[in-house]
Design a protein around this ligand. Structure first.
Ligand code: GCU
Length: 607
């Protein structure tokens, strides 16, 4: 009886959140007619959620324009009226941007902050309007002109609200209650090794679309088939059944198909001649889609990615993934990456070590970052923050993880750079976990059968053998795992007595290894935290890893030092994880060049 009630309760809360949740995100929204709402937003720090609950902890009701809540920007205060907040007189911060790096007193802050932006609008009849957020960490309650639009959970995926008919002609204001408090049953859960940056961390825009519009599309090569494009175009709005044209002029492709009553047009296009996308030649084609009044243009690369035995095949050819792990953080001005400049800096460092692949850890990075990887020729491992000790048996937790994975795939399914969907990192083996992760693998395959599915697993030691016995390895396409030989166990010299004994007939991709080194701290190779220790560890890791017959890639941990609340050592860390090959000041450490040399060799071997 108790179990039935719990399940009912959980199902109910999923239903509630879905009812108030956002509408499916429009594909490639930045290419649509839109008004940016980025800029300076006034904010109110509200640790006790005084703007959301009354003193009896009853939520103020925004649906009926209830008074008291900070969702109403209350610029006009009647004589003698008591109003204890005022956005106009409150400080402001830059959006997109995390709050932790914009005010000293918010560096460690976890809780609620209210953010308000005022904008002018001139809504036109017959048009659809969507208020879009690239990402808000973690739980967002969104209000337009004092009325609740809905909520969203998950700090790294986009969401939007249909605001057609809700815009005023002239002055409008949007208020976001953002709360980045960590909770056990959320995704991620309470314990992570990255900074819990809060706020509206990616673009906010108001999009205007015709009465019927192209809501979504997938235009990619069919699985393992270099000669056929397979996909669909999904229309939404008034007239859903109509002619849809898809053109790729440079490839001599142009086709018109009819969408069905639900607005769905299936695509199956033969490919005569095409330059396939690869890191060496990241060719992107202009793709034009049109239906009725609506037009959208995208830049898409075409490539196939598969495994065959222990090989990874890119466009049918065996490839070695010369990678590096990356967090979504600018070390020079600690905070979430703030735009194309920051992102290009990070990816350029990866290119300078001759990488052709990056692991965007441990959560969906911005769409802009992935599009830049398309352009710069870097293959991508994309991941959802199912990290460490998740609440495996809680249905709401699974629904949340499943939604984040689906949103990631929906957003980036046309990005040729993305070759791997990862369903999580270092999750402890147990029946409930195996079931949870197994269902996420199914979700990934159901949403996209053209890419590989993986996870960052863990290995075990038996005497001097390092083996993979995680049952999830049977469900994914790679033997991908993190191992910290020489740092969390053994040392760079002694570790050589161990050997990887991996029996599975699948490609082996090392998702993490590494060691902390304080940039500029030099000592002998046995001294932890020194660049020399890190360098020797890399050299000896290569010796161990090259002995693995199926080794087909790696993403050492990590490209750049990054902020972590778990790293307080005053001399060597000061709340930085120092496993970067580039220091927080942008200086390359010795091991950066050690890895570059190794990749130069690999490139010669995997010509
Ligand atoms: C883990 C984890 C990373 C972490 C790293 C470390 O494996 O996946 O998020 O930062 O180890 O300890 O440095």
């Amino acid at each position: 009886m108790r179990r039935v009630l719990t399940l009912l309760a959980a199902a109910l809360c999923v239903l509630v959140s879905v009812a108030a949740a956002a509408s499916p995100v429009i594909q490639n929204i930045h290419a649509r007619q839109h008004q940016s709402l980025n800029g300076r937003w006034n904010y109110i720090i509200d640790p006790y959620e005084t703007g959301f609950y009354d003193y009896r902890r009853q939520p103020f009701d925004a649906s009926a324009g209830g008074k008291g809540g900070y969702f109403d920007d209350r610029t006009q205060v009647g004589k003698g009226e008591l109003v204890e907040y005022n956005f106009d007189l409150s400080p402001s911060m830059t959006v997109p941007g995390d709050w932790n790096s914009q005010a000293e007193r918010l560096l460690f802050y976890e809780g609620t902050v209210w953010l308000r932006q005022v904008f002018q609008a001139d809504p036109r009849p017959g048009k659809n309007y969507f208020l879009y957020f690239g990402a808000v960490n973690y739980e967002a309650h969104v209000y337009l002109n004092g009325k609740k639009l809905g909520t969203h959970k998950g700090g790294f995926t986009p969401f939007q609200f249909d605001v057609t008919g809700k815009l005023a002609r002239g002055r409008n204001f949007v208020v976001v209650k953002a709360d980045n408090k960590r909770q056990q049953d959320e995704i991620p859960t309470v314990n992570t090794d990255w900074w819990n940056y809060g706020g509206i961390t990616r673009d906010v825009l108001l999009a205007e679309l015709p009465a019927s519009y192209i809501a979504d599309y997938k235009v990619q090569l069919a699985k393992g088939d270099l000669k056929r494009i397979e996909g669909y175009v999904q229309l939404a709005g008034a007239a859903r059944a109509q002619a849809v044209t898809v053109a790729i002029p440079e490839a001599g492709i142009k086709v018109t198909v009819m969408s069905d009553a639900n607005g769905r047009a299936q695509l199956s296009l033969p490919v005569a001649k095409m330059t396939y996308w690869s890191p060496e030649n990241p060719k992107l084609y202009k793709v034009e889609l049109a239906a009725g009044e609506d037009r959208v243009v995208d830049r898409i690369g075409f490539r196939t990615i598969e495994t065959r035995g222990r090989d990874i095949l890119l466009n049918g050819k065996s490839v070695f993934l010369r990678g590096i792990s990356v967090h979504d953080e600018n070390p020079l001005i600690p905070g979430r990456l703030r735009g194309a400049g920051d992102m290009r800096m990070i990816l350029q460092w990866a290119k300078e070590m001759n990488a052709n692949y990056v692991r965007l850890a441990h959560y969906p990075h911005s769409e802009e970052m992935v599009r830049l990887a398309d352009e710069m020729g870097l293959m991508v491992w994309a991941e959802v923050p199912v990290y460490w000790t998740i609440s495996w048996t809680n249905p709401a937790t699974f629904a949340n993880a499943n939604a984040q994975l689906t949103d990631l795939i929906v957003r980036d399914k046309n990005r040729s750079s993305v070759i791997i969907w990862s369903v999580g990192n270092e999750t402890p083996v147990s029946e409930p976990r195996n079931d949870f992760m197994g269902r996420l693998v199914q979700t990934a395959r159901a949403n996209d059968d053209t890419r590989l599915v993986a996870a960052a697993l863990e290995v075990h030691r038996r005497e001097t053998d390092i083996i993979m016995e995680d049952p999830l390895a049977d469900k994914i396409d790679l033997i991908s795992f993190n191992q910290y030989a020489g740092w969390y166990w053994s040392n760079p010299k002694e570790m050589l007595k161990w050997r990887f004994n991996l029996t599975q007939d699948k490609p082996v991709v090392i998702s993490e290894f590494g060691a902390d080194a304080l940039g500029g701290y030099h000592a002998d190779e046995d001294t932890r935290w020194s660049e020399e220790y890190q360098e020797l560890l890399y050299l000896n890791q290569f010796k161990m890893l090259d002995a693995i017959p199926g080794l087909r890639g790696m993403t050492p941990w990590i490209l750049v030092d990054f902020r972590s609340p778990r790293r307080p050592h005053p001399q060597f860390q000061d709340f930085w994880n120092r496993k970067g090959l580039v220091s927080e000041t942008g200086k390359k450490k010795k091991a950066f060049f050690t890895l570059k040399n190794y990749y130069d060799d690999k490139q010669k071997k995997f010509k």
